[in-house]
Design a protein around this ligand. Structure first.
Ligand code: ADP
Ligand code: MG
Length: 145
């Protein structure tokens, strides 16, 4: 099992750049499970993923009503934000496994998923105060370990 790697970023731009770097290592079909409080920088990281996958990062937002957004890139990116979902049943209906065929799927508030997805990449973002963020990335780990 891959050991976790921890990074400290000092700006939104840094977190974006880290996402961009990570994107280069991802195979289609990979789930990125993002954890962190509101304002931690999950969406900033996903914008970096978009850039690294050849999609337009400016198109990536925190959707208000849309749970799932698709972006075209060299590898397509699917962006899921579970913040507003309250029931496990509704999440069950999202059909996440199908979304991942040929795409990278980044999921904010991944702790709301009812079950783990094997082999996903877990990204945990901690607010260290000010603009500092601690970002731990663990590959090949299941979601709820
Ligand atoms: P989340 O999706 O986790 O709710 P966002 O990415 O939407 O968070 O917002 C993160 C906020 O924190 C932005 O306003 C961003 O400018 C700010 N910020 C400050 N420092 C950082 C950093 N090191 N990394 C990411 N965002 C940061
Ligand atoms: Mg967000």
């Amino acid at each position: 099992m891959a050991s976790p790697e921890t990074f400290t970023t000092h700006s939104e731009r840094d977190t974006f750049a880290l996402g961009e770097t990570v994107a280069a290592t991802l195979q289609p079909g990979t789930f990125i499970m993002l954890h962190g409080d509101l304002g931690a920088g999950k969406t900033a990281f996903v914008r970096g993923l978009a850039a690294g996958l050849g999609a337009n990062p400016d198109d990536v937002s925190s959707p208000t009503f849309v749970l799932i957004q698709h972006y075209k890139g060299r590898t397509p990116l699917v962006h899921v934000d579970l913040y507003r979902l309250e029931t496990g049943a509704a999440i069950d209906d999202l059909g996440l496994e199908e979304l991942a065929s040929g795409a990278v799927v980044a999921i904010e508030w991944a702790e709301r998923l009812p079950r783990a997805i094997e082999g996903s990449v877990t990204v945990k973002i901690d607010d260290l105060g000010g603009d500092a963020r601690g970002i731990t990335i663990e590959k090949g780990k299941t979601n709820n370990e």
